[in-house]
Design a protein around this ligand. Structure first.
Ligand code: 0O2
Length: 220
């Protein structure tokens, strides 16, 4: 009994450890892409990057919510977002640009892509989600670990983090007046993104870069 419990704990620790390594791999990839953009194109499309690995308790909670058997084997099969990386970009065009550059890499296997920018969730949530699989090289050989990558603009991120707080505060039962105001705020953030992108395009045109490599960043 004790041996079985120890074995179970070890397997959960392994899932946790592999997820942490996979996050490190993705963060390295993003850092390299960011540096390449800055050094060769003098443009930084990435504002900031966050990552997290779900705790075993939160993973179990998610497994139960999804109806996945709370065993290590079933969790590996059924809970794909234990590792998560969120990239916040300046402009909408950058979100697609960055995700394309990341998912085009030979060792990144794309399992699914959800475009909540083109098709926002009914509550107004916008973001690009890609579920990718990354090889992590352990002493025992490679393991392929899923990572959920979310890419969004600063305005989308601002809205999502507030919505997340409200959602948790009301445990999912958000009062209709707040839902209404959140929907209005989502529309406002959409307009802000459009205005910022328009402004940026105008500044870029005024600077008249001749090639993609000549592109000038405003902030780097
Ligand atoms: P956390 O704490 O951020 O990890 P599922 O993965 O089954 O829960 P779904 O809809 O199939 O749900 O997956 P989807 O659409 O890819 O969304 C998964 C993650 O996107 C969520 O993870 C959130 O991080 C984010 N997300 C999705 N919808 C919303 C939303 O309406 N508001 C906000 N603020 N975030 C959202 P978790 O595991 O739910 O949470």
């Amino acid at each position: 009994m004790v041996a079985a419990a120890r074995q179970l704990r070890r397997e959960f620790e392994l899932i946790q450890m592999e997820s942490e390594f996979a996050v490190e791999e993705v963060l390295t990839k993003i850092s390299i892409l960011r540096q390449e953009f800055v050094r060769l194109r003098r443009y930084n499309p990435i504002e900031h990057v966050n990552s997290r690995v779900k705790t075993p308790a939160s993973t179990l909670h998610k497994a139960i919510r999804l109806g996945v058997d709370p065993t290590p084997a079933s969790i590996r099969e059924g809970v794909k977002d234990i590792a998560g990386v969120r990239i916040t970009c300046s402009f909408i065009a950058d979100t697609y640009r960055v995700l394309d550059a990341l998912t085009a890499q030979a060792d990144v296997r794309v399992l699914s892509v959800k475009d909540y920018i083109k098709a926002p969730k009914p509550n107004g949530y916008k973001s690009l989600h890609a579920l990718v699989e990354i090889p992590v090289f352990l002493s025992t050989g490679p393991v392929h670990v899923p990572v959920e990558v979310q890419v969004r603009t600063i305005a989308m991120d601002f809205w999502a983090s507030l919505e997340h707080k409200i959602h948790y505060k009301y445990e999912g039962e958000v009062p209709p007046r707040l839902v209404e105001r959140l929907t209005a705020a989502a529309k406002a953030s959409e307009r802000l993104d459009e205005q910022m992108e328009g402004l940026y395009a105008e500044v870029r045109e005024a600077r008249e870069p001749t090639t993609d490599e000549d592109e000038e960043g405003l902030d780097d």
